[in-house]
Design a protein around this ligand. Structure first.
Ligand code: GCO
Length: 441
């Protein structure tokens, strides 16, 4: 079953499922991180989260109500394997069978993500993404899942946002596993990309006629002024944030200027972890590129003093609760730019959304007007890009419901559906009804 334009919503396992220690699930690096003091705002944890593990069928009633024809979710690797990272845990697989069949019965196309960050703690103890030898465990897991679901899943995503995995987890230390090394973060990037390229043929051979891709979070940088310093800083930002992934995935090498900048600043000894053939593996052709877009970045150089630089010409507009600027034009331009520079066969917006906290009114409604505006303006940006020839084939809003926002705990709310985390009561927001209206029109 393949559809025309895909309208959907996105979620991820650790952020919504809860039930973190049942049915044979082994410990994940995020269970460990949540148990480490001071890592998560308000000491929140995801032991229950949205209790989606038990409530998925009720949650999928909301998908019917919305009228979406696809749903992006992730599989929790620690539910799928035992401690040896090889033997399958059938109870975990059975949970996803129930979930996927429930979607298929409703005529909703599942987009399955293999790695949305909640990886086994034991994988980390064996060296994790910094250790090239550990790639084999990810391939083992990809093989198990794609054999199991190969005949019912048509859309596969290997990794979600390698930039966030490596930068937040290994450079800035604000996500699991909380490490702080630029060099390690680059090795992690590289091993994620190599493992992606090696997983693609495995998935294809287990799931004939399916589409396989990867999801990148892309944030276009724009110079704050026309000064050469701001232009240079923007080039480095874009290479670090976006091109570092896009270039090797689409047949080029890692961008040079930013690598030289890290080396000359003494942050890394060199890019010495690339084996022969790695670029060929990473650029294994895929069927689509998933793009997560939230905002742009306005870049100001810190290489000279503010008073020596030209005055700032671009100022950020309105911001969400995450301090991310609302900038729909950035999405249109990004789509056009990626299409022009890399020509992916097909593109999906696999995440787009905003954090806003609105109370429940006395009549029970949640009037999240700013989310409604965000939704409308970003879908319009997608339309404009399609009109200009971009092969955009779907839009998935982040997220179906408020959930566990990683280091931010439950205080950042991205859902079309509000959740009272005391009672777990679900309340569709005004944006939910607006999205339904857009899809139906
Ligand atoms: C990410 C993830 C999601 C987040 C969302 C909002 O982009 O960080 O894919 O898990 O919850 O993006 O931050």
């Amino acid at each position: 079953m393949k559809k025309d334009f895909m309208w959907g919503v996105a979620t991820s396992s650790f952020q919504i499922e809860g039930s973190n220690d049942i049915d044979g699930k082994i410990r994940s690096i995020w269970d460990e991180f949540c148990d480490t003091p001071e890592k998560i705002k308000n000491s929140d944890h995801a032991k229950i989260a949205c209790d989606h593990y038990n409530k998925f069928s009720d949650d999928f009633n909301f998908l019917d109500e919305l009228g979406v024809n696809c749903y992006r979710f992730s599989i929790s690797w620690p539910r799928i394997v035992k401690e040896d990272l090889k033997t399958k845990n059938q109870k975990g697989l059975d949970f996803y069978h129930r979930m996927i069949n429930n979607l298929l019965d409703r005529g909703i196309e599942p987009f399955l993500t293999l790695n949305h960050w909640d990886i086994p703690q034991i994988f980390l103890e064996k060296g994790g993404w910094t250790n090239r030898d550990c790639i084999k465990y990810f391939l083992e897991y990809s093989d198990i899942v794609s054999r199991e679901f190969g005949d019912i899943i048509n859309y596969w995503i290997t990794h979600n946002e390698p930039w966030v995995i490596s930068n937040c987890g290994y450079k800035d230390g604000i996500h699991a596993p909380g490490e702080k090394s630029v060099y390690d973060s680059l090795k992690v990037n590289h091993h994620l990309l190599v493992s992606h390229g090696q997983a693609v043929p495995i998935i294809r051979s287990n799931s004939k006629d399916s589409e396989v891709g990867i999801v990148l979070n892309l944030t276009p940088g724009m110079p704050a002024s026309s000064s050469s310093e701001d232009q240079k800083a923007t080039l480095l930002f874009n290479q670090f944030f976006n091109d570092w992934f896009l270039d090797p995935l689409y047949g080029k090498k890692y961008p040079d200027e930013v690598a030289q900048d890290w080396i000359s600043n003494g942050l890394i000894p060199g890019i010495d972890f690339i084996n022969d053939n790695d670029y060929d593996i990473i650029s294994t052709p895929t069927d689509f590129l998933g793009i997560n877009y939230y905002s742009r970045a306005i870049i100001r150089s810190d290489s000279i003093s503010e008073s020596d630089n030209l005055p700032i010409e671009i100022v950020a507009g309105e911001k969400t609760d995450f301090d991310w600027e609302v900038y729909p034009d950035g999405l249109e331009n990004l789509l056009i730019d990626v299409h022009r520079r890399y020509s992916p066969k097909s593109i999906y917006i696999t995440e787009n959304g905003c954090a806003y906290d609105y109370p429940i009114e006395s009549d029970g409604d949640i009037l999240d007007t700013k989310r409604v505006e965000y939704l409308e303006s970003h879908i319009q940006a997608c339309r404009n890009a399609v009109d200009k020839g971009v092969p955009l084939n779907g839009y998935m809003h982040w997220s179906l419901m408020d959930n566990f926002e990683w280091a931010e705990g439950y205080c950042k709310k991205f859902g079309l559906i509000g959740i009272d985390f005391e009672t777990l009561k679900r309340t569709p927001k005004k944006s939910f009804w607006k999205y339904k209206e857009i899809i139906n029109s």
